[in-house]
Each structure stands twice: as structure tokens, then as C-alpha cells.
Design a protein around this ligand. Structure first.
Ligand code: GLP
Length: 244
């Protein structure tokens, strides 16, 4: 695991975007898994800027998002599909055939999860998974207790997760269920880039990187992976550094 503590959110965004740009420079047809949330917004802005400068070509990449809320229409402003359209797909004019988010409004959610998993496999698996982390240690929407061999499936979200992600939903509470790539799906990615910023992530980051490998901390599964790069701002790194 390679750990870098950057100066702040601007450098975090730059470094993360440069990692993606370097991969696509070497292999433009790479398959990426991508996160949502506040943490990667700067990375997407930077990628769009690099794209405009002709320094990164996303047009041949295949993009799979990690997760989506269940029961939320694709055009709802809180959906992850809307987030991706706004922050990356539309500004980079990406081909919809190469951009994937689980369909949270599918009639049969279990079938949709199986379809998503098969679509990832059909593309040859994920080359690089970019991840954020929840304050409770979740990756994607794999909440504490998720099995390390879990696949794409429907999950119940913790109340703390619903509140933390509730900004764009009525009553400030995100939906109760979501579709997420499993931990097994994520850790089969050939490389992983984990991003975390802010003091509210410090305990989760420490537990994930330095704590025991336990399903109580979903991100601790990353300790098993041979190619993980972690970018932290000083606040997110504060408890790791002290204990290291
Ligand atoms: C959501 C997403 C995760 C993300 C997490 C952290 O739960 N499903 O993929 O990592 O939020 O979000 P933020 O970056 O806003 O703290």
C-alpha cells in the first residue's frame, strides 16, 4: 500500500486526476470504477480541465460507477447518474454506451445487479477502481458487516450514511437502499486508488489502513490487495500518522 499525504484538497484532486490521466495515456481503453460523494468532485473538475486541454482522452475508456440509490429515478438530482452526467460525462461528451451506473429504478433490482456484474466481467474486469470512504469505513455502499467476497447487490444503508448523503433529498435523508458493487467485485480490480479528505474520515482511514482485517470495517479489505495507492489530506491522515 502506497500512502501519500497531500497538502490539501487541491493537490488531492490534481494527483488523483493525474493518476487517471496516466493510466488512460498508457491504455486509453482502460476500464475504471468511479466513486461519487464530495471527495472526488475536484478530481472530476480537474479531469474535465485536462480533457479540454487535450491532455486526457476519456472517449475510449469504459466507466462503471460503484453504486446508485434504489428507487431513485435516473433524472433525480440526488441520483449518482445525475452526478456523473453533470460532473464528467456531459462536459467530456462521453458516449453513453461506455458509461455505466446501476439502474436504481430497474423493476427487478436483483436482476439489475447480476446484469451489472456481468457487464463488468464482459469488459475484462476493472483496471483501476477509484474509491472514497464513508465515515463508518464503507467503500461503495458496502456498509460494515458486508462480506469481503460480496458481489454487486442490493443493500440497506445505515442511518448515518443516509444522513451524511442526504443533502439532495427531501428531509435531508438519502434513500434506505442502494445497489453497490460488492467488496469482492471491487478488490478484483487490478489497481485501487483510495481518496479521503477531512477530519470526519480520520478514524475510518486509520481502521482501514492500520486496523485488523475485519468485515466490521469494509475498507480494511484493501489491505489484502497488492496494488493500492492512498491519497489523504492532512486531516484524514491525522490518526494514521500519529499511530504509524
Ligand atoms: C457515499 C458513496 C461512497 C463515498 C462516500 C463518501 O456513501 N457511496 O462511494 O465514498 O459516500 O462520500 P464523501 O466523499 O461525500 O464523504
Amino acid at each position: 500500500m502506497r500512502l501519500t499525504v497531500v497538502r490539501g484538497r487541491v493537490e488531492l484532486a490534481e494527483r488523483a486526476a493525474e493518476r487517471v490521466a496516466a493510466l488512460l495515456g498508457a491504455c486509453p481503453e482502460s476500464v475504471l470504477a468511479l466513486p461519487t460523494g464530495r471527495t472526488p468532485i475536484g478530481m472530476y473538475r480537474r479531469l474535465v480541465a485536462l480533457n479540454r486541454l487535450g491532455r486526457v482522452d476519456l472517449s475510449r475508456a469504459t466507466l462503471f460507477n460503484l453504486d446508485e440509490y434504489a428507487g431513485v429515478p435516473a433524472d433525480h438530482r440526488g441520483s449518482f447518474r445525475a452526478y456523473m452526467r453533470r460532473l464528467l460525462w456531459a462536459p467530456c461528451h462521453l458516449d453513453p454506451a461506455r458509461t455505466h451506473v446501476p439502474r436504481g429504478d430497474a423493476a427487478d433490482l436483483a436482476a439489475e445487479c447480476a446484469r451489472y456484474e456481468a457487464a463488468i466481467r464482459a469488459c475484462g474486469g476493472i483496471d483501476l477502481a477509484v474509491l472514497g470512504i464513508g465515515a463508518n469505513g464503507h467503500i461503495g455502499f458496502n456498509e460494515p458487516g458486508s462480506r469481503f467476497d460480496s458481489r454487486t447487490r442490493v443493500v440497506d444503508l445505515d442511518d448515518s450514511t443516509r444522513r451524511a448523503n442526504g443533502r439532495l433529498f427531501e428531509g435531508g435523508l438519502a434513500p434506505a437502499r442502494a445497489l453497490t458493487m460488492g467488496i469482492g467485485t471491487i478488490i478484483e480490480s487490478r489497481s485501487i486508488l483510495l481518496l479521503a479528505a477531512g477530519a470526519d474520515k480520520a478514524a475510518a482511514v486509520r481502521a482501514a489502513l492500520r486496523g485488523p482485517l475485519t468485515e466490521a470495517v469494509p475498507a480494511s479489505a484493501l489491505q489484502r490487495h497488492p496494488d493500492v495507492e492512498v491519497l489523504l489530506d492532512p486531516a484524514a491522515a491525522s490518526r494514521v500518522e500519529r499511530d504509524a
